[in-house]
Design a protein around this ligand. Structure first.
Ligand SMILES: [Zn+2]
Ligand SMILES: [Zn+2]
Length: 325
């Protein structure tokens, strides 16, 4: 599969897709029902949200202790959850990185930045971007994710977070479950705008933005202060009754989605005919130009608040001029 059919590499070595970033046909008037339905199945559910939901379900059924165990904080089950989350991240992020950056299965085809991340760079802890990213992911990201998970499961088990049963509230719990990715986008947008406030940017978010040529392991490479904010969405269950599965889904979604979002590739080539879209371009532009595309691209928050960049050469030139000013 030839990437020149889908985009063009500019004089700076950046691969720019012909397809512009757009929002789903949900927030337009009059509503187009067929378009909304197609978007819901193909882009909302099948583009990974359903996959993360099944991971959460499997983790809840087979890799989470029962309610009696969770009601008392004990080192044994807390350590088990930490190791389980370490394994989830190592496998999921490892597959993305292994395919695209280690084995370089498709070279730089569909890679936004024509160069590979530098082998050595003294700006990074351990001397390379990859080492710093691994350290931040496993020494801060996964432990803070697990701490929120322990808190949530313990709070549900003790009634501090109100628990509904699936038998009594099937419609409410299903609707709430489907809305988890939308809530996550609102929460991520709010947190992300907050940490671009210069004092917080300098102290916290600059760490993540050292990845100007991101790869999958850039996804959870954040300052611990950012991890604390990033995974805090689960605290919504202080006021919103749910089932512990909702908290697991939200945390697994937050923990795993950054791998695809930071691939640095527009598509993963599967064979001569087929490629899988990563939907990473909007966030790649955020890493490249900083002050655009703060949200994930389902709810048009960036369009509403004037920070949307659709990836067109004109929009990119406008971003460059804005930064120069
Ligand atoms: Zn990022
Ligand atoms: Zn940012």
């Amino acid at each position: 599969m030839d990437d020149t059919d889908f985009g063009v590499r500019d004089a700076r070595g950046q691969w720019v897709p012909f397809r512009r970033i757009t929002y789903p046909p949900v927030f337009i008037w009059p509503p187009r029902l067929a378009g909304i339905w197609r978007w819901f199945w193909r882009d909302y559910l099948l583009s990974w949200n359903l996959f993360y939901a099944f991971v959460a379900l499997g983790v809840w059924l087979w890799l989470t202790p029962d309610r009696d165990t969770l009601s008392e904080l004990r080192p044994g089950w807390i350590a088990f959850l930490l190791l389980r989350n370490v394994a989830l991240v190592a496998v999921f992020f490892g597959v993305w990185h292994g395919w695209l950056y280690w084995q370089k299965r498709q070279g730089t085809a569909f890679k936004f930045n024509g160069k590979w991340p530098e082998g050595r760079n003294a700006r990074f802890f351990g001397g390379t971007q990859l080492r710093e990213n691994l350290a931040l992911t496993f020494l801060s990201g996964v432990p803070i994710w697990t701490a929120y998970e322990v808190l949530a499961l313990w709070a549900f088990a003790n009634g501090f977070f109100a628990t509904f049963s699936w038998a009594d509230h099937p419609v409410y719990l299903t609707a709430l479950f489907m809305a988890v990715p939308l809530f996550r986008e609102l929460h991520f947008y709010a947190v992300h705008r907050l940490i671009h406030w210069p004092p917080l940017y300098r102290r916290i978010h600059r760490t993540h933005h050292k990845n100007t040529n991101p790869g999958p392991w850039s996804g959870l490479a954040m300052h611990p202060g950012e991890h604390l904010l990033y995974f805090s969405g689960v605290l919504i269950h202080l006021v919103v009754p749910a089932h512990p599965l909702h908290a697991l889904y939200q945390l697994i979604h937050a923990g795993l989605t950054p791998a695809a979002g930071h691939t640095g590739f527009d598509r993963v080539v599967l064979d001569d005919e087929r490629a899988m879209q990563t939907h990473a371009y909007a966030h790649y532009l955020h890493h490249k130009h900083f002050e655009c595309n703060y949200a994930d691209g389902t709810i048009p928050l960036d369009r509403w608040f004037g920070s949307f960049c659709d990836g067109s050469p004109e929009a990119i030139a406008a971003m460059r001029n804005w930064r120069k000013r």
